[in-house]
Ligand binder design. Structure first.
Ligand code: AMP
Length: 143
């Protein structure tokens, strides 16, 4: 399966915030929606950065609780690594492993079209492994 197939199942909604959003509001959103990252969009709608729970932890570790009154722009990561809709599950695993992050926004036709998390990748990889095991069992019992 590829990214297009994953997005067909989970949908293409992406939680975004502006660069001026305060970290205190970011953590509320992450907690309420039970997600790990927000894509930060500039005024022009382009991807300006990504801010994950790891960035919030780093901000608080470096500056204490006052960091929660800083803006997303101060702690987001930029530029953002993205993937296209044709990327495969093993390709996604390779990108996340090499870059040591767990979120990949999807860009299609120049527009933000979805986001893939490590949880989506693991779910699909398990489904693929189970399918392969079933096929193998079927093959073995047929010979
Ligand atoms: P994560 O493992 O996704 O929580 O993120 C770990 C670190 O990588 C954080 O500093 C994020 O801002 C950054 N990060 C996450 N996803 C991406 C991405 N797709 N492109 C660039 N940096 C990212």
């Amino acid at each position: 399966m590829n990214v297009a197939g994953i997005l067909k199942e989970k949908g293409g909604a992406v939680e975004t915030a502006g660069p001026g959003t305060l970290l205190i509001d970011v953590v509320q959103t992450l907690s309420n929606l039970r997600i790990g990252a927000l894509v930060i969009e500039g005024d022009d709608g382009a991807i300006a950065g990504i801010l994950s729970e790891r960035d919030v932890v780093r901000a608080v570790a470096q500056h204490g609780a006052n960091a929660l009154h800083s803006t997303a722009a101060e702690f987001m990561t930029s530029p953002v690594v993205t993937c296209g809709t044709e990327e495969t599950v093993s390709g996604l695993m390779a990108i996340m492993t090499e870059n040591r992050f767990r979120h990949l926004p999807v860009v299609d036709d120049g527009k933000l079209a979805g986001i893939i998390s490590i949880g989506d990748v693991v779910k699909k990889r398990i489904a693929e492994a189970e399918f392969e095991a079933e096929e193998m069992k079927r093959y073995i019992s047929s010979v």
